[in-house]
Every structure is written in structure tokens, then in C-alpha cells.
Design a binder for this molecule. Structure first.
Ligand SMILES: *Cc1c(COP(=O)(O)O)cnc(C)c1O
Length: 420
């Protein structure tokens, strides 16, 4: 049943109070007010949203939350939106955990699940972050939003913002996949291709702030995309009966999802919903753009910009990330690693998973398989480890190899039977 006036599912009309208290600089811990528009901290670093988790623990049980409708809004107590009328929804769902038995068998591994985020509105997990950021923009009365994007984030922002009646300006690197630029345009955004990479597009958004009066929704430059991505971690553990897996393979660009999931696990422990156990977090990058891997291997807490970034996995082609230390801290604290994979291996795994397990994954998702293979070979991951691989976008959004055989008539059935 939907509420026709509000255009969102009826269950969202129920009020679940948020326990948000304040924001905190991810580097220095400096406090900032929650109920006002915030960007980066005074140290120029990402802000993390904090909640009164003791009060939330008293107010709601894990069982009560589990019984609610399965989408990310069921976790309202630990999400930042205060008023239900500000929730912008496009029919979110839990995303399935799909076994990949043949791919696992190839690697001699016994337990692996793909979390298929391609089933979300706009076909990628960027919907989680932007659904939350746009809802907060609506709550704050912002009317014009801007962002740089490699494609999926722009599509998610365009969709949610158009639904909320907000104006958007979106800047893509020139070689962003055609389908992304077109879906962004069709969903009502003002979109441009820019001669440069995502950080060049980000600079334009920064420079235009005064002339255009827009709010910058760049990765981690506003505090709420992390809160949306955090729901991936809560949802995953709910689906696994609140048992943490051994390893999470996450294709890492700006790192919002990895940072968000890591934050979620701490909050779940404070709520008493899980214990102190944590999965090992693996940040997966492409060998042609691997700033986190380089910093991880050098033992550094901050990464330097990766020059001449290139990879077919456009969603993780991010040469510099403002939350680099949050990614690297989580990877290290969890006992995980940062792993770089070659484009050839990404291609090979996309084909293998499609042909043997019937799952059309995106290149970034295929990168997690390549990293899993490498982790097994390097002894970082065990054959019996319970591994969750993130497929973050729908494979239909990416270029596919041509299939151009045309059937000649009359049909030569003998040739077809022989596989010609
Ligand atoms: C954005 C994106 C990523 C990287 O996500 P971050 O959380 O920003 O690191 C990975 N895969 C796809 C398909 C994406 O669109």
C-alpha cells in the first residue's frame, strides 16, 4: 500500500525517532552541530554523524527493528533524518546475498556470497548514499545540489533530487560510460562532460559554489552519504543472522561504503546487536589507480594522488580520496588489506561469473573476485573463510562484448548442432 499524497510506501509514514546528537571530525574529533548544514570539518576532513546509542538501545530492540519492512529506512534510529516527510524514497529494497558456487569451486573455496547492490533504484549502491544525502538536503531546505561523478553517483543524485524537486548540476569525466551520462540527463539533471578526471570535476564544483549558489555533495564533503552507505553493513549482518563474515571484499574509490560499514559495526556493538567480532575489510582497487594500496603497503595513513589513473572499472577510478585515512584505518584495524587487481583479471572474472554462475556483475564487482583470488594465492584469505563480495552496480549499465552473429536462412541445423 502506498500513500498517494506523499508518494512513498505507507510504512514510512510511521515515525521512528532518530537518536542523532552531533557530528564529529573524523580526524580530530572536534564536535559540530547536527541540525544545520555542514560540509567538511575545520581541519578539512570528513564529518561523522554521532548518535546517543545508549538511548537508542533502551528505545528499540533488534527484534523490533527486524520485524519492520525490509529496506534501509527500517534503521531510522541510527539514521540522520528527523522528519518522515523529508524521507525521499524510490522503492528501496534489501539486496540479495547470492551464492556463487561455481566461481568458488574454481578457487577451491567453500563459502562466498555476492551482495548484489545492482538491484537498488538507479541500479547501483550509490542510491543508499544519495537517497540519504538528498533527504537531508530536503530537511535543510537546500534547493540546488552539485557533484562530480564517475557515473553512478550522479545518476542516483539526479533521480532522488528530481523526485524531491531539487535542482542538480553534475560533472562527469569525458570518458564516463555513455549510459551514465544519459541516465543522469534523462532523470532531470544539468549534466556536463569535463576534460579531466573526477578530481578535476570536483574542483569545478568547488570553484562554482559562489557563482552558482549550490551545495557540494561530493564524496565525504557532506556528512550523510556515509550514513546511507552504512546501511549496507547493518543490512548485511541482519541477513546473516547478526553473525559477521570473515572477510568483506569492497571495490574502493572514495571509500564511502567501506568507511560506512566499519562505522555501522561499532554502532551495532554499542546497541548490543553484535559482539566485538569484526570482518576483515579488503579495499579492492584497480592496478591502474591504486592510491590506497600504495599507502597501505608503505604503512602510511594518508595517500598521495595517483597520476594517470586508468581502469575499465570507472567507479573506482578515484585518484585521491578525502577520507583516505578512514579507509586505511578501517582496513588495518580489521586485519584486512588493500589489494590491486589488473583490468585483464577484472574482465576474466566478469565473464566467468556471468557464464558459470549466471550473474551479470559490474567491472567493480568483478574486481572483488580478482582480489579474492589474489588474497587466496597470497594466503591472506583462507579457503574456508566466509567471504562477502560486493557487486555495487548492475552489469547492464556497462559496455559488454559484442554478440553479432546473424542467422542465415534457410537455417543450417547441422552447423548449429556442431556449434558453428
Ligand atoms: C562508486 C562506486 C564504487 C566505489 O564506491 P566508494 O564507496 O565510493 O568507494 C564501486 N563500484 C561502483 C559500481 C560504484 O559506482
Amino acid at each position: 500500500m502506498t500513500d498517494a499524497t506523499l508518494g512513498r510506501p505507507a510504512h514510512l509514514v510511521d515515525e521512528h525517532p532518530t537518536f542523532v546528537t552531533h557530528l564529529e571530525c573524523g580526524l580530530t574529533g572536534e564536535r559540530f552541530e547536527a541540525d544545520t548544514v555542514q560540509t567538511l570539518s575545520s581541519a578539512g576532513r570528513p564529518l561523522l554523524v554521532r548518535y546517543d546509542l545508549d538511548a537508542a538501545r533502551e528505545a528499540v530492540s533488534r527484534d523490533a527493528v527486524e520485524a519492520r519492512h525490509d529496506d534501509w529506512w527500517k534503521y531510522r534510529e541510527i539514521l540522520p533524518v528527523r522528519r518522515s516527510e523529508d524521507v525521499v524514497s524510490l522503492g528501496e529494497t534489501f539486496t540479495p546475498l547470492i551464492p556463487v558456487p561455481r566461481s568458488a569451486a574454481r578457487l577451491g573455496a567453500s563459502w562466498a556470497l555476492v551482495k548484489d547492490e545492482g538491484r537498488l533504484p538507479t541500479g547501483s549502491f550509490k542510491a543508499r548514499g544519495l537517497g540519504m544525502a538528498v533527504s537531508m538536503a530536503k530537511e535543510f531546505g537546500l534547493t540546488r545540489l552539485a557533484m562530480p561523478t564517475n557515473g553512478n553517483a550522479g545518476a542516483a543524485m539526479a533521480a532522488y533530487a528530481s523526485r524531491a524537486g531539487l535542482e542538480t548540476f553534475i560533472f562527469c569525466p569525458a570518458d564516463t560510460p555513455e549510459v551514465n551520462v544519459r541516465e543522469i540527463a534523462l532523470q532531470g539533471a544539468n549534466v556536463w562532460r569535463v576534460d579531466g578526471l573526477i578530481d578535476d570535476c570536483g574542483r569545478i564544483v568547488g570553484e562554482g559554489k559562489e557563482a552558482m549558489g549550490w551545495f557540494d555533495v561530493s564524496t565525504l564533503k557532506e556528512p550523510y552519504r556515509i550514513e546511507g552507505k552504512k546501511t549496507m553493513g547493518v543490512e548485511l549482518l541482519e541477513q546473516l543472522g547478526w553473525e559477521v563474515p570473515d572477510a568483506i571484499m569492497y571495490p574502493t574509490g572514495g571509500g564511502t561504503g567501506l568507511i560506512g560499514m566499519w562505522k555501522a559495526f561499532d554502532e551495532l556493538e554499542a546497541l548490543g546487536w553484535i559482539g566485538p567480532e569484526r570482518p576483515r575489510m579488503y579495499a579492492v582497487q584497480a592496478a591502474g589507480c591504486a592510491p590506497m594500496v600504495r599507502a597501505f603497503e608503505a604503512g602510511e595513513r594518508h595517500a598521495t594522488r595517483w597520476e594517470d589513473a586508468h581502469t575499465i572499472a570507472s567507479g573506482i577510478r578515484v585518484p585521491a580520496a578525502v577520507g583516505d585515512f578512514l579507509i586505511l584505518d578501517a582496513v588495518r584495524d580489521s586485519g584486512g588489506a588493500a589489494i590491486a587487481v589488473e583490468d585483464d583479471d577484472i574482465d576474466r572474472w566478469a565473464t566467468t561469473v556471468a557464464q558459470e554462475d549466471g550473474l551479470l556483475i559490474c567491472p567493480e564487482g568483478a574486481a572483488t573476485f580478482a582480489a579474492w583470488e589474489q588474497g587466496l594465492e597470497r594466503g591472506l584469505i583462507g579457503r574456508d573463510d566466509r567471504v562477502v563480495l560486493f557487486n555495487c552496480g548492475n552489469g547492464l549499465k556497462y559496455p559488454m562484448p559484442p554478440a553479432d552473429r546473424v542467422l542465415a536462412t534457410p537455417v543450417d541445423w547441422d552447423a548449429m548442432a556442431a556449434g558453428a
